[in-house]
Structure formats: structure tokens, C-alpha cells
Write a protein that binds this ligand. Structure first.
Ligand SMILES: *Cc1c(COP(=O)(O)O)cnc(C)c1O
Length: 365
């Protein structure tokens, strides 16, 4: 049997009629940027996340960069985040000219270690970006306490956490701003690039709407410095169709995660766990093992594609070497990066495939 890591073709074929007609509607409307589809999607997405507003944009990276711009964060400022994240979290901080300050992670969850945040705060710290990695929420109660005490805003990187919750609040509704990516493989993805920011602040909402559209307040009047970062009408129309299915897709991921966690009994495999107050959206299903490459080869030999999210920690990336990170500051994330493996995880996995993956892992020696 052959099992690919992801399979967006299965998804498309399942919802083909609705998607095709949504795209055709936009083509026939003759209106492609900032129209009715975007307007409606933003309302529906805010409503889903549980915030007053959402502003769509061109990518998750831009959602983070626009958020930093809206908070007037730029050169000379520092932003605290985690050493274990997708590089775009860091790209966004660099885009606005601020310095990414990295924090080590928790052994069990690979999420930012809240106990280490305070030690990294300086007079230049302007934001904290917790990353809800793999769809598990960070320990937000502790991070919120720090945010309150030092008066530093939280921007959630919820790019992997569409629909995940912490004490019944959805990712993206806990910090002052929440950032989402609609990259195709995310739990809610479009068929191209896209992103959004969620917020309850009317003032930040207004500012974000201007910044993503050249800083324009009304046509030809540019009140603040902005960029071009917009979701297009076709992607918004696709996302409106898919948003209606997000909860049922997440539910299926949850079932698959349960099957994995109950079914995998090999002593060589360690499962990762997060704060029990969190309900993950299971964007990725990550396990740890000592001889990681050996396991991945074994899985590949048996036709199962696995991946690593992410093999190279931020502090080890060449692009950020000049920032002078000290590897001794990241013992946990460094160790984790050498042991993690992501198993196939998407709502269109069949029962047969799931059983095959579990039995293959259980036979690994
Ligand atoms: C996907 C992702 C991003 C960025 O998303 P793009 O839409 O690809 O720009 C940012 N942070 C995390 C944690 C992600 O997984």
C-alpha cells in the first residue's frame, strides 16, 4: 500500500461541484479584488473564530507582518517568539525590521516554554508571538499573565490552529490579534495563497484594512504607509465553501488522532502531549523517536510518506546567524528537532490507510 502525506485532490473531488460553481460565479461577476466574496468571508470567518472582526490578506506571513505594522512595531523593537516554528513567523518579524527574540520550548508539546519568556523581556520588547504549533494551543493563561504584567501585546500565530480551542476560546480570539494562513495544506486552506487577521479591536481593524490596501482611507487618499496584501475574490469564494466544512473536517482529524494515539503501542515511539485545557485541531500528528531517520526510511520502504516539522530550528538557520543566537539557550527544541516525525494526517485518510500506518509502526524494530 502507498500512503501520501497529504492528498488535496481527494478533498477537491469531494466538494468539486460547489467549488467549481463558486469560482465560476466570481469569473462571471467580473470583479476580482476586494468585493462581495471577501467582505462576506471576513464576516463569516470572524463569526467562526468568535471575534468582532477579521481582515483578509495575501498570506499567513503577511497576516503576521500586517499585525506588527498595525501595532507600530519596527526597527529597534524586539518581538519574542519560539525557536520551534515555521520560518514565516520569523520572516514577518524581519519584514518590519524588528528583531526576533527566540525562546526554548516545552519537551512534551514542542510549544513555547512560558517560564522562559519573562527572562527575555527588555525595554525594547513590543510583542509576544506564541505559535500554536501542530494545532495545539500554547499555555495562554500563563502567557496572558506575562502580557498583562509587562503590558506587552500578544499576537497569536494561529496559522496551524483553525478551530482549535483553549478553555473553549478559539485560537485567534485570545491575543489582541490572531493570524491565520490559508495555504492549501492548512486545516482551512484555499487553492493558492491567503491569510487573515482576527481581532476585537475596532481601531486595529480600521488600521489593518488601510495597511493591506496601500494605506488608503478612501480612494486616492493614503493616510498611513501601507502595502498591497489582499485576498482575491476567487480564493475568498473557495474559502467560504470550505469554512462550512471546517468543523466536520477537524472532527475527522480528531478521530484519526485518537486512532493513532490508542493504536500505536511501539515502545520506541513517544507521543507528544499538550495542556489538557487545549483541544487541538490536529493540523499535524507528530511523534518522537530516538532514531528518527531510521524510522522515516522504514516507513518509506513500506510506502508511507512522513515529514519533519521542522528539522532545522530557527536559531540554526543561516539567514538569522547574524543575530547571534546561542545554541545553549535551546537545549529542548534542539533535541526535539532531532526526534520529531509527522505521520500522514488529513480528513480524507481511509480506515484502511490508518490501520496500515498503525500496524506498520507497531512492527518497527
Ligand atoms: C503556514 C504558517 C505560516 C505562514 O503562512 P503562509 O501563508 O505560508 O505565509 C506562519 N506560521 C506558521 C506556524 C505556519 O505554519
Amino acid at each position: 500500500m502507498k500512503v501520501d502525506f497529504g492528498d488535496l485532490k481527494r478533498e477537491y473531488l469531494d466538494i468539486k461541484e460547489e467549488i467549481d460553481s463558486a469560482i465560476l460565479n466570481v469569473l462571471n461577476s467580473g470583479w476580482f479584488v476586494l468585493g462581495k466574496q471577501v467582505e462576506n468571508f471576513e464576516k463569516e470567518f470572524a463569526n467562526y473564530i468568535g471575534t468582532k472582526y477579521s481582515v483578509s490578506c495575501a498570506s499567513g506571513t503577511d497576516a503576521l507582518a500586517l499585525s506588527l505594522m498595525a501595532l507600530d512595531i519596527g526597527p529597534g523593537d524586539e518581538v519574542i517568539t519560539t525557536d520551534m516554528t515555521a520560518v514565516p513567523t520569523i520572516s514577518a518579524i524581519s519584514m518590519v525590521g524588528a528583531v526576533p527574540i527566540l525562546v526554548d520550548t516545552l519537551e512534551d508539546s514542542c510549544l513555547i516554554d512560558p517560564r522562559l519568556i519573562e527572562g527575555r523581556i527588555t525595554s525594547k520588547t513590543k510583542a509576544i508571538i506564541p505559535v500554536h504549533l501542530y494545532g495545539q494551543l500554547c499555555e495562554m493563561a500563563k502567557i496572558k499573565q506575562i502580557s498583562k504584567r509587562f503590558n506587552i501585546p500578544i499576537i497569536e500565530d494561529a496559522c496551524q490552529a483553525h478551530g482549535a480551542t483553549y478553555k473553549n476560546k478559539k485560537a485567534g480570539s485570545i491575543g489582541i490579534l490572531g493570524c491565520f494562513s490559508f495555504y492549501p495544506s492548512k486545516n482551512l486552506g484555499c487553492y493558492g495563497d491567503g491569510g487573515a487577521i482576527t481581532t476585537n479591536s475596532g481601531q486595529l481593524y480600521k488600521k489593518l484594512v488601510m495597511i493591506r490596501n496601500y494605506g488608503q482611507s478612501k480612494r486616492y487618499y493614503h493616510d498611513i504607509v501601507g502595502i498591497n496584501s489582499r485576498l482575491d475574490e476567487i480564493q475568498a469564494a473557495i474559502l467560504r465553501v470550505k469554512l462550512l466544512r471546517l468543523d466536520s473536517w477537524n472532527k475527522r482529524r480528531h478521530e484519526i488522532a485518537n486512532k493513532y494515539s490508542k493504536g500505536i503501542k511501539n515502545k520506541k515511539i513517544e507521543q507528544i502531549t499538550s495542556d489538557p485545557k487545549t483541544i487541538s485541531n490536529h493540523h499535524l500528528y507528530v511523534i518522537k523517536t530516538k532514531r528518527r531517520d531510521h524510522l522515516m526510511n522504514y516507513m518509506a520502504e513500506n510506502g508511507i510518506q512522513t515529514m519533519i516539522h521542522y528539522p532545522v530550528n530557527i536559531h540554526r538557520q543561516k539567514a538569522y546567524r547574524s543575530l547571534g543566537y546561542n545554541k545553549n539557550d535551546f537545549p529542548v527544541s534542539l533535541k526535539s528537532a532531532g526526534e520529531i516525525v509527522s505521520l500522514p494526517m488529513h480528513p480524507y485518510l481511509t480506515e484502511k490507510e490508518i490501520e496500515y500506518i498503525i500496524s506498520t509502526i507497531n512492527q518497527y524494530k
